[in-house]
Design a binder for this molecule. Structure first.
Ligand SMILES: [Zn+2]
Length: 557
């Protein structure tokens, strides 16, 4: 028993299957794409419209303790941006950090059907899953913060590589996460032990350990590859936001030595410095970073573009939050989570006349325009850090429409443009095919989500249909239809149904004996008992386990 649907006459953009704007039918049966459906199936006539897989956000911050903290410190956003209920959907609040319900609905109104929360402490997993459960329509999962974990550092320091790998698998498995995340590895020990200190180089000694960020990064890359995780280690490099940090980023990518690694919000890690000038004068080194990524197929990245206007900086990088706070002069929160991570929240406004902000904006665009492989340099604003996900349509227009881009460039700080290479890559315009890669097919492939980001038989029936429009911002702001798991959620730009998306996670196998290594550490240092730490299965009411390379795919969902 199920519903069937045939979408006819639309121009289909399905890069994973090599379909570039051909007019062809897309058929849906019981929540999946199929080759054909019976003649009496319901039809959508998509003449004059563009059909794409639902959008997949590889990196955003939408749920969990730090997101909730960001909501709490900005009550004015709730008042100014009310998201009213409709006959089918629930109410919420917006701003740069929308409430759970508004997050799901607003992603859907842009044609996005999947999103990954990018930084959750293991201790925050339960809270995060509860919020993700309350985030409607989209499928979602989270990356778990492992790069400053004290017990993993101890194992690594003592050369206990097999136990390190087993412990990593255990942590990912018991928190029901999707991938391991590193944030400024090594920095938390400095931050905890010294006044406002940070780690600044890959070969610097990590406080209290005989370790360096280089060794930590290499160990995680190796372990994640050995575990066969569908997405490799997701790395927020050291020195985020600092002038001259591009060298750290290049070094970090070299550590991978041909193994898979994903560098996130790489825009924030592509800064040079004006020779001989103070550290506060960043320049663009997007060209060096692009060249490296272009020529190293094991490396992937998301851009983390900056968009002008309000944002909220929220990060597990505590020293960075402290630095940003010196620029914003507004509200600010810094917090630590036991042995697991730090965190900081700062409401922030990117201004087009500001040198640094305009440079960051330009570097994001440069990285897109210099990329030779859209499958490996994918779309993100690190929502809400570089800008809200609601700014995605505008960013798409900046990539697709060089006249619009020129107009915008005329409005920003011109000295910043001189220190970027944006004027040198003015000719390029992204095609709809390339947009479909960077916002859907690419992120799905990098995440290892075989059923997402494409419209071939067997794929999840997550489909977005846009009216063709020369104004690409308008086009991508208001899809005519959004279909999730085969269900028509948005029709003629209006919600027609509510929907509960799935929690996507992995469950890598581990040797149960590793618990004998982990448990004593808990009893000694944690506020929570070991037995209460793993997240119970009931926290995933509607979920999907994505198999590792060594596990066989489960039957059905
Ligand atoms: Zn992020």
């Amino acid at each position: 028993m199920g519903s069937s649907l045939r979408i006819v006459n639309g121009r289909v953009f399905d890069p994973a299957n090599g379909v570039n704007g051909a007019v062809r039918d897309v058929c849906i049966q019981d929540g999946r794409i199929v080759a054909d459906v019976p003649a009496d199936a319901k039809k959508i006539d998509a003449r004059g419209q563009v059909v794409m897989p639902g959008g997949v956000d590889i990196h955003c911050h939408i749920a969990g303790p730090k997101v909730n903290l960001a909501r709490k410190v900005q009550p004015e956003d709730h008042r100014l941006d009310v998201h009213p209920r409709t006959r089918f959907t629930r109410s919420g609040t917006g701003g740069t950090v929308p409430s759970t319900f508004a997050t799901g609905y607003r992603y859907a109104t842009l044609g996005y059907t999947s999103a990954m929360e990018a930084a959750v402490t293991p201790l925050g997993a339960r809270h995060t899953l509860e919020e993700l459960h309350d985030t409607p329509v989209i499928d979602k999962g989270f990356f778990v913060l492992m790069g400053n974990n004290v017990l993993l550092y101890r194992l690594l320091q003592e050369g206990r590589r097999e136990e390190f790998r087993q412990a990593l698998a255990w942590w990912i498995s018991v928190t029901k996460a999707y991938a391991p995340k590193l944030v400024n590895p090594g920095a938390d020990e400095m931050w905890k032990g010294h006044r406002n200190a940070n780690i600044t180089a890959l070969d610097q000694k990590i406080d209290s350990f005989d370790l360096t960020p280089r060794r930590v990064i290499a160990a995680f890359i190796e372990a994640a590859n050995d575990l066969g995780l569908p997405h490799p280690v997701h790395i927020h490099c050291n020195n985020l936001g600092h002038s001259g940090n591009f060298e750290t980023t290049l070094e970090t990518m070299r550590v991978a030595e041909g193994r898979r690694a994903h560098i996130t919000h790489i825009q924030f890690h592509s800064y040079g410095s004006v020779a001989g000038k103070s550290r506060d004068n960043p320049t663009s080194r997007a060209r060096d970073i692009s060249e490296f990524v272009n020529t190293h197929p094991n490396i992937s990245a998301d851009v983390g573009a900056v968009m002008f206007g309000r944002s909220t900086s929220m990060t597990a990088d505590a020293p960075l939050a402290y630095m940003l706070r010196q620029f914003s002069h507004g509200k600010w929160v810094n917090a630590d989570t036991e042995h697991e991570s730090g965190c900081g929240i700062i409401p922030f406004t990117y201004q087009d006349r500001n040198y640094t902000n305009a440079l960051q904006w330009a570097i994001g665009l440069e990285l897109f325009l210099l990329s030779q492989d859209p499958w490996r340099m994918v779309f993100s604003t690190d929502h809400p850090n570089g800008g809200s996900f609601m700014s995605y349509p505008r960013l798409i227009r900046l990539l697709m429409d060089r006249e619009f881009r020129k107009e915008q460039m005329a409005k920003v700080n011109q000295r910043a443009l001189e220190h970027s290479g944006l004027r040198d890559c003015q000719q390029r315009e992204y095609s709809l095919y390339e947009i479909a890669i960077i916002t859907r097919a690419g992120p799905a492939r990098l995440l290892g989500l075989a059923q997402k980001g494409h419209l071939g038989p067997g794929a999840d029936a997550d489909v977005t249909i846009y009216d063709e429009d020369d104004d690409k911002e308008r086009m991508f702001s208001t899809p005519r239809y959004v279909i999730k798991d085969g269900e028509l959620i948005i029709e003629d730009h209006e919600f027609r149904a509510d929907h509960e998306g799935r929690i996507i996670h992995v469950a890598p196998d581990y040797d149960p004996d590793i618990e004998r290594v982990i448990e004593p550490f808990f009893e000694e240092f944690y506020t929570i008992r070991f037995a209460n730490y793993p997240v119970a299965d009931r926290y995933i009411r509607h979920g999907q386990v994505v198999p590792t390379a060594g596990q066989s795919a489960p039957a059905g969902r």
